[in-house]
Design a protein around this ligand. Structure first.
Ligand code: AKG
Length: 293
């Protein structure tokens, strides 16, 4: 079973309990690349309201979601299917709003919206997203800080580079998929197998409808929905920064024939021109500057 870590232990009076909690986080990141956290400090009320608003946004007609001038967020946030898929294996049976955090923060702090082209409809969704983002970004920072500390990194590299204006949120909806189409051994996925390219991701997944699976010891394992928990996973950049210590593992979402499913992901990442150098040497990875390519 995917480890469940009680974050209230980080505030425990005994240092031993605090250190044990940090060790659990590091161990899970090494062995699984994924873990669940409970007592994470984000209230059930915020999560419930977020889900409610998210459902409402996805229920809008397709032409409203795709119309740029009438979108919830800036142009291009709404995505559906897999435009480049050439076979079932590459298809994602889902729709999403992929939103830079700057869209959420800027639009709410700027009532007349003069600085950007974000329309002012649906402020409740953006407001609740801002509440969620402000809390979840602190949680991401804290977990990253613990992981850095556990690998002996005393620098402030992650903190300096993963800022609210470089992070993203993604709202996902997976419609029920009654078709069990096949492509060789593959069936239709809600989200095709992938690793995340960020430092780390915090995911609020559906309380009832499962579907998230991850690779552990070469096998796909299903993550059971836990209403109390948020899911944390290591991204490619943390794997590179930790020189392979923490694992960025493949995960996917399988479809459900009867029920739709929702999830919300927070991607904790630096800007795309940040060069990641591994903390220990020799480095397993080549330094890569996106700007030079
Ligand atoms: C993503 O948005 O990258 C995910 O992996 C979402 C996973 C989920 O919906 O459970």
């Amino acid at each position: 079973e995917l480890p469940v870590i009680d974050l209230s232990q980080l505030e425990a009076r005994e240092e031993e309990a605090r250190e044990e909690c940090k060790s659990q986080i590091a161990r899970a990141s090494e062995e699984w690349g994924f873990f669940q956290v409970v007592n994470h400090g984000i209230s059930g009320d915020i999560l419930k309201r977020l889900r409610w608003e998210e459902e409402k946004a996805f229920k809008e007609p397709f032409d409203v979601k795709t119309r740029e001038e009438n979108n919830y967020f800036s142009a291009g946030a709404y995505r559906w299917g897999s435009p480049t898929a050439t076979c079932i294996k590459q298809l994602s049976w889902s729709e999403a709003f992929h939103i830079p955090l700057t869209d959420i923060i800027a639009s709410n702090n700027n009532n007349d919206n003069n600085n950007n082209n974000i329309p002012s409809n649906n402020n409740t969704l953006r407001l609740i997203m801002e509440h969620f983002a402000s809390r979840v970004s602190k949680l991401a920072e804290r977990i990253a800080e613990i992981l850095a500390e556990k690998m002996g990194d005393k620098s402030s590299f992650i903190k300096e580079n993963c800022l609210p204006d470089t992070c993203y949120m993604r709202l996902n909806r997976y419609p029920a998929c009654p078709v069990r189409a096949r492509c060789g051994d593959e069936i239709i996925n809600g989200l095709m197998a992938h690793t995340d390219s960020d430092f780390l991701t915090i995911l609020y997944q559906d309380h009832q409808v499962g579907g998230l699976q991850l690779v552990k010891d070469g096998k796909w394992i299903a993550v059971k929905p836990n209403p109390e928990a948020l899911i944390v996973n290591i991204g490619d950049l943390f794997q590179a920064y930790s020189n392979g210590l923490y694992k960025s593992v493949y995960h996917r979402v399988v479809t459900n024939p009867i029920s739709e499913r929702f999830s919300t992901a927070y991607f904790f990442c630096p800007s795309s021109d940040t060069v990641i150098d591994s903390f220990t040497k020799p480095s397993l990875y080549r330094k890569f500057n996106f700007r030079e390519y």
